[in-house]
Design a protein around this ligand. Structure first.
Ligand code: UTP
Length: 296
């Protein structure tokens, strides 16, 4: 059987970002910059480096700056050109030239499953990646590429998994999974048996949490339509995946790399410091500054 190629990535970006108030009152969380680049641009670059050709962003009210960011900025380009700032000009142009992006609205933040379902018409009957841009991942091979390698072998949905300490497990969707042996990715591949959204630590089936990268087969849309609101009264993607498990296999990959929860204040600060330290233009002086801080 031919396994259809993944060409599209969906970026749900219609959440309210309440963990980052007040910054997210009038500005989308996806536009918060890590050093100098908005979170969503890291995700878009990861998709491009994984071979994705089309991007669909699910936006909500107050999210127009996301569209402006990836659009041509005529006045800015003219100004940079007239001032002879050619490096900045090509950087700004590169963002709007990056990839073809379409937008669809989620009028109410009814949950991640609901947000993904809003992309149904634009995705059509083909597999796609879903990327939550507040999970920023630094890795040698882009995380989406790692998941695609598994997808291209099995032709089934694949989720990115990460080990999480027990006291934090209630913030995640958690899987019950069995290891798949002998697959060329060490002991990092699992076949998922069950999953539960935001379990109490005592009820968590494992310490393996689902993080914001998915390869989904198009049956997911029907699965979202078939479930009721779950944890927090939201239409949860985890519940739709659990429904899908009734008649489709789903795989999970413990990806290689470091994930930062940039939708959370502490996670965002950690990512900012580490990304700044790794920058060629800033790293050295920032390191010197940090060394001089007398942190007790
Ligand atoms: P989060 O769980 O981070 O929710 O959503 P949130 O509402 O954005 O932020 P907090 O928890 O209130 O601080 C994970 C991803 O799903 C998207 C968000 O934009 C984020 O990328 N999402 C969530 C939607 O697009 N729609 C929703 O209804 C819910």
């Amino acid at each position: 059987m031919m396994i259809p190629k993944v060409r599209k990535a969906v970026f749900p970006a219609a959440g309210l970002g309440t963990r980052f108030l007040p910054a997210t009152k009038a500005q989308p969380k996806e536009m918060l910059p890590l050093v100098d680049k908005p979170l969503i641009q890291y995700g878009v670059e990861e998709a491009i480096h994984s071979g994705i050709q089309n991007i669909i962003v699910v936006t909500g009210r107050g999210k127009s700056s996301i569209e402006d960011h990836f659009d041509v900025s005529f006045e800015l380009e003219q100004l940079l050109e007239s001032k002879g700032k050619s490096e900045l000009l090509s950087m700004v142009r590169a963002i709007s030239d990056m990839i073809d992006i379409s937008y669809v609205r989620q009028k109410e933040a009814l949950g991640l499953g609901h947000a993904v379902h809003r992309a149904k018409e634009l995705v059509g009957n083909e597999p796609f990646a879903a990327i939550l841009s507040d999970d920023v991942i630094s890795s040698e091979t882009p995380c989406v590429r790692q998941l695609l390698d598994v997808y291209e072998y099995y032709g089934a949905s694949v989720l990115a998994l990460m080990e999480v300490p027990k006291e934090q497990i209630s913030a995640y969707g958690v899987v019950d999974a069995e290891q798949v042996g002998d697959n060329g990715v060490g002991n990092r591949l699992f076949r998922i048996r069950n999953m539960v959204e935001k379990p109490r630590p005592a009820d968590a089936p494992s310490n393996l949490a689902i993080i914001g990268r998915y390869i989904l087969t198009p049956e997911i849309f029907h699965c979202v339509e078939s479930i009721e609101p779950g944890s927090g009264g939201e239409i949860q993607l985890t519940d739709a995946l659990k429904y899908m498990l009734r008649n489709r296999p789903i795989y999970g990959l413990k990806f290689e790399g470091t994930r930062y929860d940039a939708g959370d204040k502490l996670g965002f600060l950690k990512a900012t410091v580490e990304f700044a330290l790794n920058r060629h233009d800033l790293g050295e002086s920032f390191r010197a500054y940090l060394k001089n801080l007398c942190i007790q």
